[in-house]
Design a protein around this ligand. Structure first.
Ligand code: HEC
Ligand code: HEC
Ligand code: HEC
Ligand code: HEC
Ligand code: HEC
Length: 154
């Protein structure tokens, strides 16, 4: 598998986080609405895009790709960027309820024209944060991030 740090593949539609999350200040959770409730943040369905793009920039060829896929009821085949191996367990919901920011793990997404994996996302990287947040000896052990193997390898 190996680390995919720096991976920034060309996507089928030139969607820009810098434009939507940066310039237009759309909240990450408006599109990635799965993140708070489940393991996966997920990528938004076309319905979310068409809330605006049934009106906004209808003459743009990139937006027309959205409109015709929507009409044909075909999803956009976004290239997945971040991916852990199956033996590692990770959940967005528990990290977000512990107030960890998206940017701590994904970098300054709101400045990215094309999405990129900026952190190594290796076991050492996970543990580095877990250990630093567990120190000094936790007053409230229930909320200290786990460092035992079985927490992440179930
Ligand atoms: C208008 C909708 C929208 C908003 C707002 C948005 N995103 Fe996204 N995001 C997408 C889409 C569409 C993709 C898939 C296409 C791509 O990779 O550019 C994506 C992809 C991603 C990915 C990569 C997914 C993968 O394949 O690994 C990450 C990480 C991400 N977004 C984080 C964020 C963060 C953090 C914010 C807020 C700062 C944010 N997004 C705001 C629509 C959005
Ligand atoms: C809240 C409204 C809103 C939502 C939701 C939204 N967009 Fe946008 N989008 C905009 C605005 C505003 C622009 C900039 C238009 C301009 O340049 O005048 C834009 C621009 C774009 C462009 C560039 C068009 C061009 O040729 O300049 C693309 C591509 C795009 N959006 C894709 C998407 C995708 C894919 C989604 C869903 C994941 C999405 N947008 C969701 C408002 C939105
Ligand atoms: C503690 C680190 C961490 C935080 C915080 C975090 N992510 Fe992630 N994110 C990851 C990891 C690790 C993956 C790969 C997960 C996998 O392959 O199972 C990922 C994957 C994703 C993906 C790809 C689709 C998916 O769900 O696997 C998107 C989109 C995404 N994150 C968006 C966000 C957004 C938006 C936020 C904030 C609301 C956020 N992430 C907060 C670590 C994090
Ligand atoms: C905080 C979460 C976490 C904890 C705790 C953790 N791991 Fe991992 N581990 C991961 C992740 C994520 C990966 C996949 C990324 C990678 O290979 O670095 C991984 C990968 C591995 C691999 C595969 C390495 C390879 O080269 O393919 C082994 C073996 C492993 N862990 C063993 C352990 C053992 C033994 C422990 C306890 C001493 C442990 N892990 C604790 C998250 C964790
Ligand atoms: C920026 C800091 C940070 C990073 C990076 C991080 N975590 Fe965590 N993790 C936390 C915090 C904080 C908690 C929450 C402790 C609590 O309140 O329960 C947590 C909790 C967990 C839990 C226990 C809750 C649950 O969902 O079962 C697991 C498992 C876990 N993390 C796995 C991972 C893995 C795997 C990675 C790397 C891919 C990772 N974490 C990266 C901060 C981090």
């Amino acid at each position: 598998m190996g680390s995919q740090q720096g991976y920034a593949p060309v996507q089928p539609v030139a969607f820009s986080h810098a434009l939507h999350a940066g310039e237009h200040k759309l909240d990450c959770r408006y599109c990635h609405f799965g993140a708070e409730k489940s393991r996966h943040a997920g990528v938004p369905p076309l319905e979310v895009c068409m809330n605006c793009h049934s009106q906004v920039k209808k003459d743009s060829p990139e937006v027309q790709k959205l409109a015709s896929a929507f009409e044909a009821e075909q999803p956009i085949e976004w290239v997945k960027v971040h991916r852990l191996p199956d033996h590692a367990f990770f959940s967005h919901a528990s990290h977000l309820s512990a107030q960890v920011k998206c940017q701590s793990c994904h970098g300054s997404v709101e400045t990215m024209v094309r999405i990129e994996q900026v952190e190594p996302m290796t076991m050492g990287w996970c543990l580095e944060c877990h250990r630093s947040m567990g120190k000094p000896p936790p007053e409230a052990p229930a909320s200290a991030p786990p460092t035992d193997c079985s927490a992440c390898h179930r």
